[in-house]
Design a protein around this ligand. Sequence first.
Ligand code: ATP
Length: 328
Amino acid sequence: MADKLLEVKGVSKIFRVGGMLRGKKLVAVDNVSLSIDNDKPVILSIVGESGCGKSTLCKMILRLHNPDMGDIVMDGKSYADKKSYDPKQFKLDVQPIFQNPYESFSARKTVDTYLYNTALRLGIAKNRAEADKVVDEALKSVGMSLAVVKGKYATQFSGGELQRVSIARALITRPKLIIADEPVAAIDASMKMNIVNLFKELRDKYKISFIYITHDLSTAYYVSDYIATLYRGCLIEYGPAKQIMDNPAHPYTELLMSSVPRVGDKWEKEIAMPDMEGKEYAVEYCKFAPRCPYATDECRQKRPDAKDMGNGRMVLCCHPLCQQTKEA
Ligand SMILES: Nc1ncnc2c1ncn2[C@@H]1O[C@H](COP(=O)(O)OP(=O)(O)OP(=O)(O)O)[C@@H](O)[C@H]1O
């Protein structure tokens, strides 16, 4: 077993927007590095406002996009080494959960069909009787059961219940990593904590790590072991969640944290300035400088280097708001 479950190494993704001839390059993910250890499962939240590159980064981890630069290594296997890629093993190890559970299940098939398919097609169960057991166990892990779910269609569940079924489906493969892209965004505020609590339970019980992509800072605040803040494609702050949230080093993280925490709150309405998005993606110096209350000439002249704050913490800022992190 490799030391690291996941290593994202200097990864970038460049899109061409506005046509092939007149279009421009948009660096949606810009030289991002982060990692998750194999021996200690964690919940890593990726936060940042709309369009900062959260989904693009996760699509690269899920192998739905190829990185244009850098590499991703999953449990010791480099994505660049296409020959050693085993799609079935990858599906067993890494499972996605999407934002809207009603889009994950067709209205024409009963939801248990999806769970049986996952169990049988990926070889977790050899026959229907074994699949009954596997599916029931997975549903029980999320507080449901086959008896309750069997024969029902997606529309017969609430959003929170159906998201639990999606999580049960992901659990069937006994994954090492679950990537949940805005899993509570389409769910009633009262059920949000219920779902993120489940992530904590599953982390501890089954030793699964989670990448939790979210706009919802209040749930990120509550659930995360580590936080990665993205801004215009750059990883601007990364490290242990409590340290970052209590004592942010980047002015953008400070701005985000000032809106924490009320369940269901989003910060984007207060601070997003979409008209600046294209310009900020393109700037050659610090991408946050145009909005930063502390920006100096230095910030408007060069890209900041990643500063190691100690204790696994990193900040991308010319003038971090705090210096060395104390040991946890
Ligand atoms: N296939 C694509 N082609 C061109 N541009 C893209 C493509 N996918 C994403 N982008 C652009 O890349 C940037 C990052 O998008 P991404 O979806 O990763 O952001 P996000 O942080 O997940 O946003 P949201 O929270 O709204 O889902 C955005 O400016 C987006 O418009």
